[in-house]
Design a protein around this ligand. Structure first.
Ligand SMILES: *Cc1c(COP(=O)(O)O)cnc(C)c1O
Length: 427
């Protein structure tokens, strides 16, 4: 089938650990050689063998406009003529910072970085610098990039002290990371009762996306806002996935919650390495050169990345954009739910706006424990059956899928048919 990809993967494995530059790309969870992508346009990616697929990975979130959007490519090309990187301030960065501050109410000041990982890592350092406290609280199954103190999720119970999830993370580092369960506000309250005065910040994906999509339970985010406020900890919304995705103002706009710090990435860079951390001035001003919290980056605010991001924000700022995304994604969800009901299979669809997950082998997913009860073996067969039918999904059951503005009704309907056939084929 994908002969060229197989050859490329073998070659890559000789010089790149596991053949990939980010582990999930290796398809370990589903088996087989990953597709090497040659190019992408609109709703489709094309692999190294020249086969087209309707794409729901969307580069893991950034490609909300679809691939190779003309105005984004144009802006990047125009900017490229001026040079690639100066390591000095540029006017475009002001424009990007103003744009983020004007769109997101909770953000008065923002710093641009290169990746979501840097954004969350910086947010924690700011929170620790601002509060003078050491500990952070995160949720099992929430992913915030690969910074040491955030690579922790093992252990059980809200009060369990963290143990490292990754080799190479010291127990000293992970012991400052407290864990709670997503959507379990009582567990969070117990954690604050036990450790309140030591907790610098609580960091959360306001809509969990990295255990598959799990929306916040009613009152959960409000509860987090209240508890952090009561105990003098900062509330960090990691909106690297949800920012500019579930609505122009992200999850905080959707649910009407005002966090102290917010992290953005993915959509904000329009497919280029750009991310951001922002919040109210008083908190952000602990950053160097104003304050004692150090943070820096040779390529931070890179002109090409900022240009791609601005062009993307220009497009998604137009009226009706999120209605269109909602309509396409709702069409897909309805189709999938119909199939689940018609075939009486145990499965469910979780969706917020254009991010969604089809969970197989579990009829309802409101937390990480339920997500983990999914049928992984079934997912892997489903994944390959979809691929054979020209649909490219994330190669893991614990991921969000993304509908873009480039997905047409025909794409959606073809996807629904492929899901129906795939579920029949693997039954
Ligand atoms: C993708 C993601 C990150 C990490 O961003 P990178 O750019 O991959 O470093 C952090 N938090 C969330 C919620 C994400 O989805």
């Amino acid at each position: 089938m994908a002969k060229t990809s197989e050859k490329l993967f073998a070659a890559a494995c000789e010089v790149i650990p596991g053949g990939v530059n980010s582990p999930v790309r290796a398809w370990k969870a589903v088996g087989g050689a990953p597709l090497f992508i040659q190019r992408a346009s609109g709703s489709k990616v094309t692999d190294a063998d020249g086969t087209d697929y309707i794409d729901y990975v969307g580069s893991w979130g950034p490609m909300i406009l679809g691939h190779s959007h003309r105005s984004v490519l144009q802006e990047v090309q125009n900017t490229l003529r001026e040079g690639m990187s100066f390591g000095a301030p540029t006017a475009r960065e002001i424009e990007m910072a103003r744009r983020i501050c004007s769109i997101v109410d909770s953000v008065d000041k923002v710093r641009l970085v290169n990746s979501g990982t840097e954004a969350t890592m910086t947010a924690l350092r700011i929170a620790r610098g601002f509060t003078g406290r050491d500990k952070i609280l995160k949720f099992e199954g929430c992913y915030h990039g690969h910074a040491d103190s955030l690579l922790v999720r093992a252990g059980s119970g809200a009060l369990t002290l963290g143990v490292p999830d990754s080799a190479g993370v010291t127990s000293g580092t992970s012991s400052d990371t407290l864990l709670a369960k997503f959507n379990d506000i009582k567990g969070v309250a117990r954690c604050f009762e036990a450790h309140g005065p030591e907790i610098a910040a609580l960091i959360v994906e306001p809509i969990a996306g990295n255990m598959g999509v799990v929306p916040p339970a009613s009152g959960f985010l409000e509860g987090l806002r209240e508890l952090t406020q009561t105990h003098g900890a900062l509330l960090i919304f990691d909106e690297v996935m949800t920012g500019f995705r579930v609505g122009l103002e992200g999850a905080q706009g959707l649910y009407g919650i005002c966090p102290d710090l917010s992290c953005f990435g993915k959509v904000v860079g329009g497919g280029m390495p750009l991310a951001a951390v922002g919040g109210r001035s008083e908190v952000m001003e602990v950053l160097a050169p104003l304050g004692p919290v150090y943070q820096a980056g040779t390529l931070s605010g890179n002109p090409l990345a900022v240009a791609a991001g601005l062009a993307t924000l220009d497009q998604i700022g137009q009226p009706g954009v999120y209605d269109r995304l909602e309509r396409s994604a709702a069409r897909l969800e309805e189709g999938l739910c119909r199939i689940i009901a018609d075939r009486s299979i145990v499965a469910c669809v979780n969706r917020v706006g254009s991010m969604w997950t089809l969970f197989l082998g579990v009829s309802e997913v409101a937390d990480f424990d339920a997500a983990k009860r999914g049928d992984l073996e079934m997912f892997s067969r489903f994944f390959h059956a979809m691929l054979e039918r020209g649909i490219y999904m994330a190669p893991s059951a614990f991921e969000a899928a993304f509908v873009s503005l480039a997905h047409s009704d025909d794409d959606i309907d073809a996807t629904i048919r492929a899901v129906d056939e795939s579920l029949a084929a693997i039954a």
